[in-house]
Design a protein around this ligand. Structure first.
Ligand SMILES: [Zn+2]
Length: 343
């Protein structure tokens, strides 16, 4: 019976669908490649592509590179099929239904290489998924077009702008997350990077990810059924209050991340809680008394988990000045993007 069960699981995986819709509440969620190793509970080595270090952790999400000092915002999934020249030929699939928002067809125009971004407007919050380093994009993929779960996006590869991924390390960089702001171009111009933004709102600097494997693990174990449940269970690392009468477009785009039902009128500011990688997962509107004495667009750190922040060496969210916590570089960037702060 066990054997039969495995065969049936294998058959259902031919369509790359991890969890069929057995119950109306559950998402129809697929795996981005036809490799069954994750679904079969095999070790990481059977589906994660490491960097040149050879350490399997380097293909996971988190502070996994350069001895914990470098962030990797995705899962790198290895190929299981190659052509005679040794190039990967695996197809890459959408993991949920949604709308194609961005295609970068020019490998050299991004460190992601050739990549596709899909926004999943039927889930809450409406997360994006991103599939990078593709060899080619399928002709059925066009910006604005709806796609189904487990639809072919393209062929896995090793395209990358500014560096080379060797043949034996071809992979799909698979990211899940949320988008920071609709005013990204304004921020980009203000930063004076000296290069054009070819990716509109879907530039990697405007995206903030969460751990795809943590989500798949929790979903498979039925600990969570939705992205809302998953993000609500995020570990808080830092809470900031910002005085502003403006509601950031982030809150309008992802209303379920607002943690209170009651909104004071007028709103005098926002209290935002970030996870240790800088994802703003909980928002609370503030009354005037809660930002008394703040200047307009002033941001103050009101709570931190110092042990958690210290354990995360690849992100600089908080620094101390005269014993007082202040937004550090990465948190400053997040606040610039979310609130239009320009300092
Ligand atoms: Zn990657």
């Amino acid at each position: 019976m066990l054997r039969l069960g495995r065969i049936l699981l294998g058959l259902s995986m031919l369509t790359a669908v991890l969890a069929a819709q057995t119950d109306a509440e559950r998402l129809r969620l697929a795996w981005p490649t036809a490799n069954h190793a994750y679904a079969n509970g095999e070790p990481l080595e059977a589906y994660i592509q490491p960097t040149v270090s050879g350490l399997v952790e380097s293909g996971l999400f988190g502070c996994v590179r350069s001895s914990g000092n470098q962030f990797h915002e995705a899962l790198d999934l290895m190929p299981i099929e190659r052509d005679r020249r040794g190039e990967a030929t695996d197809l890459v699939y959408t993991v949920l239904e949604g709308v194609v928002r961005h295609i970068n067809p020019r490998a050299g125009a991004s460190s992601y290489g050739r990549y596709v971004v899909i926004e999943h407007d039927t889930v809450s919050p409406a997360i994006y998924t991103l599939y990078a380093h593709l060899a080619s994009v399928d002709s059925g993929i066009a910006v604005g077009r709806r796609v189904n779960t487990a639809q072919v996006i393209g062929v896995m590869g090793r395209s990358a702008g500014g560096y080379t991924i060797p043949k034996d390390r071809a992979h799909v960089h698979f990211e899940m997350g949320v988008r920071m702001t609709d005013q990204f171009q304004d921020w980009y111009d203000w930063k004076k990077f000296g290069s054009r933004n070819d990716h509109g709102l879907w530039n990697g600097m405007n995206l903030v990810g969460f751990d795809p494997k943590a989500f798949y693990d929790a979903f498979r174990a039925q600990e969570v059924n939705t992205f809302d449940e998953f993000l609500r269970a995020s570990k808080p690392a830092v809470t900031v209050r910002v005085a502003t009468t403006v509601t950031p477009d982030f809150v309008l785009r992802y209303p379920s991340l607002q943690v209170t039902n009651s909104t004071p009128l007028p709103v005098a500011g926002w209290e935002v809680t970030f996870d240790r990688f800088g994802l703003p997962f909980a928002w609370r509107p503030l009354e005037q008394a809660e930002v008394e004495g703040y200047r307009s667009l002033e941001a103050q750190v009101v709570w931190t988990d110092d042990d958690l922040l210290k354990s995360c060496r690849c992100k600089d969210l908080v620094r101390y000045r005269s014993g007082k916590p202040q937004p550090d570089r990465d948190l400053q960037t997040a606040l610039q993007l979310l609130f239009g702060i320009r300092r």
